[in-house]
Write a protein that binds this ligand. Structure first.
Ligand SMILES: NCc1[nH]cc(CCC(=O)O)c1CC(=O)O
Length: 303
């Protein structure tokens, strides 16, 4: 094999760790690879909340362009940052075995929990779920990569900030004080890594097929189908988690109002053999349970 697979990645520590992981997998299979770090708009523009930038796929767009330009062969993404519709000509080539799916709170002491407090997050999903549980608290916006957010938490007098456990574990960041938020429904595909390639690139697609983890793929596809059916191209506070145990898929999904006051959720089980269209069916139930009106309200509030 003489072709070198050019792996495109963002240049944050987390993204580089993820790209290295893919690189190691491919090299151990005998493929030659090289890393191509690319700065993405999501890393550069930091003065506005993500949803205000009005672009979907802010973290992934630059890599999409690089791939379509022929500058890279494959790209490695945190799957939760990838829009549910991929650009024309780009396809999912592999989903790696999913890591820790949960969110955690990094804090400076928990006395504030039953009183008033200030929690930092840039995610509408985390904001809404936090306010649903702690209505007396205040949310402040927090943007940037994991290291930047951790630094800002230290530099400000906030009580805590919310992170994906997988992000901290991957870059080996072990905060002194944190708690698992096992009640918080993660983002669709949280903790999963997606590798994309060009639709006609048979060489790369064949190489990457070796890396795919089937049960992780089934779960994140259900979650993203749920998201796609609900949101219709708008960034809304939506959580979704599917887990497989033996042959049973357990799904928990929810849509929240931005202020956290309203929650429409669903818990459902299905056998793996019947999971075709399951995510969509769960979303339809939410929409029929008041979700359609709530989505309209959220869209009006965000735009
Ligand atoms: N939104 C940024 C982002 N994208 C992926 C991860 C971590 C890894 C993952 O959740 O898959 C993070 C950090 C975070 O949410 O705290």
């Amino acid at each position: 094999m003489t072709t070198t697979i050019r792996i495109g990645t963002r240049d944050s520590e987390l993204a580089l760790w993820q790209a290295h992981t893919v690189q190691n997998h491919l090299e151990s299979l005998g493929y030659k690879t090289t890393l191509v770090p690319v700065k993405s708009t999501g890393d550069i523009v930091l003065d506005k909340p993500l949803y205000e930038l009005g672009i979907t796929g802010i973290f992934t767009k630059t890599l999409d362009v690089a791939m379509l330009n022929g500058d890279i062969d494959i790209a490695v993404h945190s799957m939760k940052d990838v829009p549910t519709a991929l650009p024309k000509g780009i396809v999912e080539a592999a989903i790696l075995e999913r890591a820790n799916v949960q969110d955690i709170l990094v804090h400076k002491g928990l006395d504030f929990l039953d009183a008033t407090g200030t929690i930092a997050t840039g995610s509408l999903r985390r904001q809404a779920q936090w306010l649903h549980r702690y209505p007396a608290h205040t949310i402040v916006d927090l943007r940037g990569n994991v290291n930047t957010r951790m630094q800002k938490l230290n530099d400000n007098d906030w009580n805590g900030a919310i992170f994906a456990a997988a992000g901290l574990e991957r870059i080996n960041l072990k905060p002194d004080n944190f708690i698992d938020l096992d009640w918080m429904i993660p983002a669709p595909a949280q903790g999963a890594m997606l590798i994309v390639a060009k639709k006609e690139d048979e060489f790369c697609l064949e190489a990457l097929a070796n890396l795919n983890h089937k049960s992780s793929e089934i779960c994140v596809h259900i979650e993203r189908e749920f998201l796609r059916e609900l949101e219709g191209g708008c960034t809304a506070p939506i959580g979704a988690l599917a887990k497989i145990e033996n042959d049973t898929i357990r799904f928990n999904g929810a849509l929240f109002s931005l202020d956290g006051k309203q929650k429409i959720d669903i818990r459902k089980e299905i056998n793996v053999s019947g999971q075709e269209g399951f995510g969509k069916a769960c979303a339809k139930e939410i929409l029929e349970n008041g979700g359609r009106e709530l989505m309209k309200k959220i869209k009006a509030e965000i735009q």
